[in-house]
Ligand binder design. Structure first.
Ligand SMILES: Cc1ncc(COP(=O)(O)O)c(C=O)c1O
Length: 318
């Protein structure tokens, strides 16, 4: 059996409770940010969220938010899927997030959870004649999964674009992630790899996936029912910059078994090695050379130690 790093799974840890939330147009104490049980987001999952990380750099005494503009843009794209517009511009949302972080005054790695939700209290699930509002909270966040995991292919399929589009981070769609993640957990794995309706590899429960074959880094295309991950895009960019050949093409399940390396990536997952899939050891059963290079470069960038990628970072404290 492959050894995993002894980093505890985040949900088992005591997470410090944030003090503040942005709710109904203002920063309020977190305890006052309550959504009605009659709202459509609670009843039907009609909402969309984002997941952004901010990394603390101790030497610079600075908190850096990673690719905030891209995250905000993706959330506004989810609003487009709902055919709704918010009363906040992309710039407003960015400032709300930064204000919230400053109010908390974090000096540690942090997770930011913006949420667009259907606040209307009515029985008919719908997107017209309803009120969407924006809320946000933040919290300290260490690793979401270990940086080396064992995974299984899931018996649950990824949502199809014509069912609930995976390219939006749609609240209700994450029931699919919960099924996949929980089945993997109950079967003794760390993570699930979910196939799409064509039987191709889509992604993990909340992370994108890459394989390495013959020195080439391969990831499913955005048309294979995946989230258009910002970390996926980051890894592709880093790989190109490092001179690694990349391809976006469908991946078969059995390609996972014979891949030289398998990687997960995401805001939560960061860049993590998949050391085993369905009991097959991947490569040497630990992070491979390409994964290692990508992971090191990624952590250098997000923590503000690689000036070539400074454009991706927004300093919280000025
Ligand atoms: C289903 C799913 N896939 C992939 C990802 C990775 O996306 P990103 O890198 O934008 O965080 C996430 C979110 O973290 C996700 O929920």
């Amino acid at each position: 059996m492959v050894q995993t790093l002894q980093v505890p799974f985040q949900t088992k840890q005591q997470v410090t409770r944030p003090q503040w939330a942005f709710f109904k147009g203002a920063i309020v104490p977190i305890a006052d940010a309550k959504i009605s049980i009659m709202s459509q987001v609670v009843n039907y999952g009609i909402g969309a969220f984002g997941g952004i990380r901010a990394y603390w750099n101790d030497e610079q005494a600075q908190l850096y938010v990673f690719r905030i503009n891209d995250h905000v843009r993706r959330m506004l794209n989810s609003c487009k899927l709902f055919n709704t517009t918010l009363r906040y511009s992309a710039d407003d949302l960015k400032h709300i997030i930064l204000d919230l972080l400053r109010r908390e005054g974090y000096r540690e790695d942090t997770y930011i959870r913006p949420l667009v939700y259907n606040a209307t209290e009515d029985i008919t699930p719908r997107l017209y004649d309803v009120e969407f509002d924006f809320a946000c909270f933040t919290r300290p966040q260490g690793n979401y999964i270990n940086l080396q995991v064992r995974a299984c292919t899931s018996s649950w399929q990824r949502l199809d674009d014509n069912i609930v589009p995976s390219r939006g981070k749609i609240t209700g769609g994450y029931v699919n992630s919960a099924f996949a993640k929980s089945e993997a957990h109950w079967n003794g794995y760390d993570e699930a790899i979910v196939l799409n309706q064509n039987g191709h590899v889509a992604e993990g429960s909340a992370m994108n996936l890459f394989i390495v074959r013959h020195g080439k880094l391969i990831t499913p295309p955005v048309s294979d029912n995946i989230l258009e991950g910002i970390t996926r895009n980051t890894v592709l960019q880093i790989a190109r910059d490092l001179g690694i050949e990349v391809a976006e093409r469908s991946i078969d399940r059995t390609e996972l078994y014979i891949a030289d390396e398998v990687l997960f990536c995401g805001t939560g997952a960061q860049v993590a090695a998949v050391a085993e899939v369905d009991h097959r050891k991947i490569g040497a059963g630990k992070i491979g050379p390409i994964g290692q290079k990508l992971q090191e470069t990624y952590f250098g960038i997000v923590r503000g130690r690689n000036s070539a990628y400074a454009d991706w970072l927004t300093a919280v404290y000025t």
